[in-house]
Design a protein around this ligand. Sequence first.
Ligand SMILES: [Zn+2]
Length: 252
Amino acid sequence: MLSSIFKKDNHSDEFQKLIDRWDSFIEKLKERYYEVLKQSEEPLNNVIENLQFDNVIIHNVKTGLKNQTVEQLSEKAEEGWNKMQSEMEKIGVSWDQINEQRNKLDHFKQWIDWQFGIFDVTTSGKAARKILDNVKKHIDDKKLHRCTQCAAELPIKIYSFISINLKCDSCGSVNTYIPDDRIRALEYYVLIPLAEEQAYPFKQKAKNDREAQKQYFKTYYEFLMENVPDKKEFYERDMNERINNPFFKLSF
Ligand SMILES: [Zn+2]
């Protein structure tokens, strides 16, 4: 056992020095986190500026940055903790004192995870707005959809996300309408990231708070239902399942 639960608190200068060193080590990891993101800011903005109709590259950039920050810095924190722990063992500190120092490791890991989550969602949001902009420029709102048989005008919504079969009012023949790939891609590259951005503020509380969790799902799905009316029922079913099933756990 690392430290007996019967051991008394250690109030030595030596221990205080260890604590100070541990605190400043964690502080440095936080600084490093901000530094990495700061360095990535300009190149990332360039990447967003040059996006076309998908966000695959953004996804890759974020994976790389997550590795450099959340994963590597958490690993460093763990290593630092191992040293801290063995130093504390050497001078003999109490169980409570150890736990108090270990909490700092846990808080750091939660902190960096949450910070990166905010960065992640905000970046995807920026990318989504850029892609939406590109799609809007590409799509001709005034374009008419005409029946392939008689050329009568068909009542087709431009921003439709699913293929539909439409019977022509004039000649009765059935036309299959397949939405533009770019419009279909909006759902995944634009609307889902934007829904997540809207709902994200509820996510941190949602970890331990059932009401906040409901709020998160409601905000997320209502945004999608409003913007993807073609799939309203599909999203509504999903939402209700998540809101009403007491065993459903939000994954983080
Ligand atoms: Zn027709």
